[in-house]
Design a protein around this ligand. Structure first.
Ligand code: AMP
Ligand code: ZN
Length: 664
């Protein structure tokens, strides 16, 4: 098979597996096999860039950077929906409909997904653009980001129309949202408040590879075109499903308003079993012909109605406010409640976020409070029942000292959270830091889990992560539930971690605000821990994407004598504290101070490789041309608007060969 055929075949195969996995939820190959095939395709595409395809399955991993999102006018306006809250509202609506159309009316009922609305346009079966709702008339073009969302088909199958748009909602399922938050808490960032805002915020990220890492999904519900091969909304859903879109199966065709109400009553209870947030039901007149007769008001279709569920709320007694201390010393107040049933689960605890939140609600121990389940899995307290408050009740006084080590708490200006500054002596911080160090994305120490770390610390065997490297099997065996075999595994796992590359070690150190991506940036830039420790805040801020907050945190970390000593010890134990020689061998400073924009298709390297070459040689890659651009590297089919812009700004446009000569 020649490379072109091979690429074509792999793309088709991967597309099908992607569809089975993300749309149907029925994978037929393992993740490993999938990754292998994807890698093979990436290599082939890199070697044969003339077969570039913006909708290849390899674009799912992202990489394109959008600096400014273009404003685009919707070909078909994206209307809002009228809301209803009761059976009466719906019956009134039905009466209005019956006055305007003849014959029986059927309805399609769907769930109302709570996310960010999106319009996708396809031409000849290929995704050509993705635009946010905006004000309904025009929105932002976020195509590069939406291409990374796995349930958005990039190429359709079956008998799709030549050109059409489809409306849907980008959502973030609860599970993925919780996982993202755990990771944020882990690097000392504030968790996101709810999935909906996080989903819509994700669409406006500049770096599409960041979007690719977020577990977003796209659920579709409506086709738009000048002419459509369907007569009803329900048929439209079925067709969209056939073409490869993710259209939830819960949609139901109803012959009467009674059936609609049945659907609503069922989902008012069962919506809590769904993996994502739904805030109501959308009822649509099924016949497109009748829809046309009904038309639109100034803001919404007359043929559709949203029915909003009431937020599930319960009243219960708050017994006690306790305070948790995280790895970074952040304090989180928690309300311990009289257990109460809410949305099908028993709730015992609710988050109170921070001191301001407590003050705002004026919530006190002994109060009767209302808890609500919103987008978060942990419920929140929305109000206090003041009429039930005891006359002797006193306002809550936020703790001033750490509940674990009794150190006076601090709160920096502009920050919502209080912190325990006793990083070295506060048990949950000590344990949390070591747990972070061994975690999968950091040192990935096999044979050692979070609970064992706590055991080791509480038994006085370790105090910081450097101590791990001095542990012996004999010390570990006497611990609870520790067999000889597992002790051995643990020691071997620690041993193996000496090979983990520098960028991950840097992440593992647990410097506040230094997540995986920042650690990678810093490792690439400074190349060794010694260089990083010797640097200043000014230099750090000069590094791409490093802001003041991160810079200060890095400086502060290395100013600590204890941290310096720990790092010295890690060095002695053979942990990787500089970039390995083979990575370094390919890096230079030749392009230092220059910003590049890459445009078009290249022959001897892929776009991704080209960008990597720029970064490896000290240059910066930017997504759009501005006064700050030094060079535009132009391949075949460079965008005409980019060309005009570069010329008007007098920026040199260089060819692939000229670029390669610069670094050779
Ligand atoms: P609202 O923002 O309250 O005016 O509600 C209208 C929005 O509901 C639409 O713009 C869509 O983004 C969203 N929506 C969610 N699910 C559906 C659905 N099944 N059908 C139509 N719109 C939906
Ligand atoms: Zn403490």
């Amino acid at each position: 098979m020649n490379p072109e055929e091979q690429i074509k075949q792999l793309r088709e195969e991967l597309r099908e597996h992607n569809y089975k996995y993300y749309v149907l939820d029925e994978p037929t190959i393992s993740d490993y096999e999938f990754d292998q095939k994807l890698k093979q395709l990436q290599e082939l595409e890199a070697a044969h860039p003339q077969f570039f395809d913006p909708n290849s399955p390899t674009v799912r991993v992202g990489g394109e950077v959008t600096k400014n999102f273009n404003t685009v006018t919707h070909e078909f306006r994206m209307y809002s929906l009228d809301n209803s809250y009761s059976k009466e509202d719906l019956l009134d609506w039905e009466k209005r409909i019956q006055k305007m159309v003849d014959g029986p009316v059927q309805y399609t009922c769907e769930l109302k997904y709570d996310g960010a609305s999106m319009s996708l346009t396809y031409e000849n079966g290929m995704l050509v653009s993705a635009v946010t709702r905006g004000d309904g008339f025009q929105g932002d073009e976020v195509t590069a980001n939406v291409r990374t969302i796995k349930s958005v088909p990039l190429q359709l199958k079956g008998d799709y129309p030549e050109k059409f748009s489809i409306r849907g909602e980008i959502i973030l399922p609860f599970e993925g949202f919780e996982k993202m938050n755990l990771e944020r808490i882990d690097i000392g960032e504030e968790p996101y408040r709810n999935p909906r805002n996080t989903a819509s915020g994700s669409l406006k990220l500049q770096d599409s590879s960041e979007v690719a890492r977020r577990p977003l999904e796209c659920l579709l519900y409506s086709l738009k075109a000048n002419r459509l091969p369907i007569k009803t909304q329900f048929e439209g859903l079925q067709k969209a499903r056939e073409w490869g879109f993710k259209v939830p199966q819960v949609a139901r065709l109803c012959d009467s308003m009674d059936e609609v109400l049945e659907f609503i009553n069922y989902w008012d209870i069962h919506r809590h079993d769904m993996p994502y947030e739904t805030d109501g039901v959308v009822i649509k007149v099924n016949s497109l012909q009748q829809q046309e007769e009904l038309g639109y008001t100034a803001k919404a279709p007359r043929w559709a109605m949203a029915y909003k569920f009431k937020a599930e709320s319960a009243a219960t007694v708050l017994h006690k406010i306790t305070y948790q201390v995280g790895r970074t010393g952040a304090i989180t107040p928690v309300a311990n409640l009289e257990p109460v049933e809410l949305a099908g689960t028993i709730v015992k605890r609710a988050s109170l976020h921070n001191a301001d939140q407590i003050a705002k609600l004026d919530v006190r121990e002994g109060d009767t409070v209302f808890v609500e389940k919103g987008g978060e899995i942990i419920p929140k307290i929305t109000a206090v029942d003041l009429s039930a408050r005891d006359a002797n009740s006193e306002p809550t006084r936020y703790i001033t000292h750490c509940p674990e080590c009794d150190t006076a708490l601090e709160r920096k200006e502009g920050e919502a959270q209080h912190y325990c500054p006793n990083a070295e002596g506060c048990p949950p911080q000590i344990i949390g830091r070591i747990q972070h160090y061994i975690s999968r994305k950091a040192m990935d120490i096999e044979g050692l889990g979070g609970e064992t770390v706590a055991l080791l610390v509480n038994n006085g065997l370790i105090h910081n992560y450097a101590d791990l490297y001095e542990l012996t099997a004999e010390q570990v065996i006497p611990l609870e539930r520790m067999a000889e075999k597992s002790a051995e595994n643990l020691i071997n796992g620690i041993e193996a971690s000496r090979q983990i590359p520098f960028e991950r070690v840097l992440f593992a150190l647990g410097i506040r605000y230094v997540g995986e991506t920042v650690a990678k940036k810093l490792a690439r830039h400074f190349k060794s821990i010694d260089a990083l420790m010797a640097t200043s805040e000014e230099v750090l801020v000069g590094v791409e994407e490093i802001g003041e907050r991160i810079a200060q945190s890095v400086i502060q970390f290395f100013a600590s004598e204890e941290n310096k000593e720990t790092i010295q010890r890690l060095k002695e134990y053979g942990v990787q504290l500089e970039i390995s020689a083979d990575i370094l061998a390919n890096q230079t400073d030749k392009l230092q101070g220059n910003t590049f924009v890459v445009s078009g298709v290249f022959t001897s390297v892929s776009r991704t490789e080209l960008k990597k070459l720029i970064e490896d040689n000290g240059g910066k890659v930017s997504g759009s041309i501005s006064g700050k651009t030094s060079y535009v590297v132009a391949g075949e089919n460079m965008g005409p608007s980019k060309k005009t812009k570069a010329e008007s700004l007098g920026i040199s446009i260089i060819s692939e060969e000229e670029f390669l000569a610069m670094i050779s």
